[in-house]
Design a protein around this ligand. Structure first.
Ligand code: BGC
Length: 428
């Protein structure tokens, strides 16, 4: 054996509704596409057509031996207008959850993963405090309608990525670039998480369940000084990490809002997570404002540094805020021509297996190649490819590798030889 997967750790995949489902919906991302902001011009109303193909996808997950599936509900589908619930959408999500449970694949539901209905977006989305009750209405709906079929929830996916891409860098809808707005969105998302955490527990308890698990999918990165010897680089690396992730994770996890965040609603301090949800992809180098990428290191096809040790370092950072079981809610790579995905998986699973931290779940991002936000469909993260014409799904080499690792409980010498040995990263 090269290494064994930790005994208690379950393995599966992660997705998000806007990236896979398809459908002509009135959302901020369909709108962003119509306004011409998707780099390769691909249309999220197509994506993987998962809304039509969910049975096939669920069956394929079963065949691959996956134990977990994280996916999100599409708010605009469930509530096409304020206060209006589409019962057909509720029914289909219920069917999907039932099928997953029957296949022995444990569902983890994300309530918000970057996409908003336009009716919410138009009134200022998470920037405005008076809108937050709309999100809490969605949480209520999700738990009341799906709570008997699902015990595990993520309140919000990557609040820091949402706040910064949408309100600081202006790259995502609504394309704003203000510090004040970014901070307001972060504060409001922390508020939403804490309120949702309490609500999900309360509602499921009323339904008679005691196994509820609630957390957030935190996006953490390693921020390293570009030049270790340069004091300004060291200070800016610390500051970037603090402003992008550390202050927010503390607020969301403990209800303890460090400067510059404000606990305007006077939420009590507490323990607002049952697991540590970690989305980990890369390390950035810092030499001032903004972040960069090291030169001469292994890179993905999106030019992100491949730095496996960072997964454990980021998990430890969160564990030190509040020790809880660690669920890697996303980890994966853009590898458009399937040249190194097996090695990427191998390296990241290896650091997990060698760590002393309590890793209990690993969700690979992503199941199928899908709609990668402003990058469009041409940035491929999937274990499975999708034919653009026929929509046929084909398990890639990395998908077969992953299945065998799950089945054998680790990477044997033979698996290593068959899948990993000849794969190399690009060094740029
Ligand atoms: C997001 C996913 C995205 C992935 C790869 C994460 O930031 O949650 O939606 O596809 O990274 O970029």
């Amino acid at each position: 054996m090269e290494f064994s997967i930790p005994k208690k750790m379950l393995m599966g995949v992660s997705t998000a509704s806007m990236q896979i489902e398809g459908g002509q919906l009135d959302t901020n991302w369909n709108d962003w596409y119509r306004r011409g902001f998707i780099k390769d011009g691909t249309d999220p109303s197509v994506a993987n057509d998962h809304w039509k193909y969910w049975r096939e996808d669920t069956a394929l997950m079963g065949e691959m031996g996956l134990q977990l599936y994280r996916f999100s509900v599409e708010w605009a589908r469930l509530m096409p207008e304020p206060g209006l619930v589409d019962e057909r959408a509720v029914a289909q999500y219920r069917e999907e959850l039932t099928a997953l449970n029957e296949a022995g694949i444990r569902p983890l539901l994300t309530i918000h993963h970057f996409s908003n209905p336009m009716w919410f977006e138009k009134k200022g989305a998470f920037e405005k405090r008076e809108n937050l009750s709309d999100y809490l209405d969605l949480v209520k709906l999700v738990v009341e309608r799906f709570g008997d079929l699902c015990s595990d929830y993520i309140t919000i996916n990557e609040p820091n990525v949402y706040a910064t891409n949408c309100y600081f860098f202006g790259a995502w809808p609504p394309g704003k670039t203000g510090v004040k707005e970014t901070l307001a969105v972060m504060e409001n998302l922390a508020y939403c998480h804490i309120k949702a955490y309490e609500m999900i527990h309360r509602l499921r308890k009323e339904m008679g369940y005691t196994d509820t698990m609630v957390g957030c999918a935190n996006h953490l990165r390693v921020f390293a000084p570009k030049n270790e010897k340069n004091l300004w680089h060291r200070i800016s690396a610390k500051l970037t990490s603090y402003l992008f992730q550390d202050a927010l994770t503390k607020a969301m996890t403990l209800g303890d809002f460090p400067f510059p965040m404000r606990n305007y609603a006077h939420l009590p301090k507490g323990e607002y997570t049952d697991f540590i949800g970690l989305n980990y992809y890369s390390r950035s180098t810092v030499s001032g404002i903004g972040d960069g990428v090291r030169e001469n290191c292994p890179k993905t096809d999106l030019d992100w540094e491949i730095y496996p040790q960072g997964l454990v370092d980021c998990a430890r950072r969160l564990y030190e805020v509040l020790p809880r079981p660690i669920w890697v809610t996303e980890n994966g790579t853009c590898d458009n021509n399937d040249r190194f995905r097996c090695r990427y998986l191998y390296d990241h699973l290896k650091v997990i297996s060698q760590s002393d931290l309590p890793f209990e779940r690993y969700y690979h991002w992503c199941f199928c190649d899908n709609f990668e936000w402003v990058e469009g469909n041409s940035s491929r993260f999937g274990l499975v490819s999708v034919d653009p014409e026929t929509r046929a799904r084909t398990v890639k080499k990395a998908g077969r590798f992953y299945s065998e690792v799950i089945q054998k409980g680790g990477v044997t010498k033979e698996i290593y030889q068959n899948y990993v040995a000849d794969q190399r990263y690009d060094v740029r």
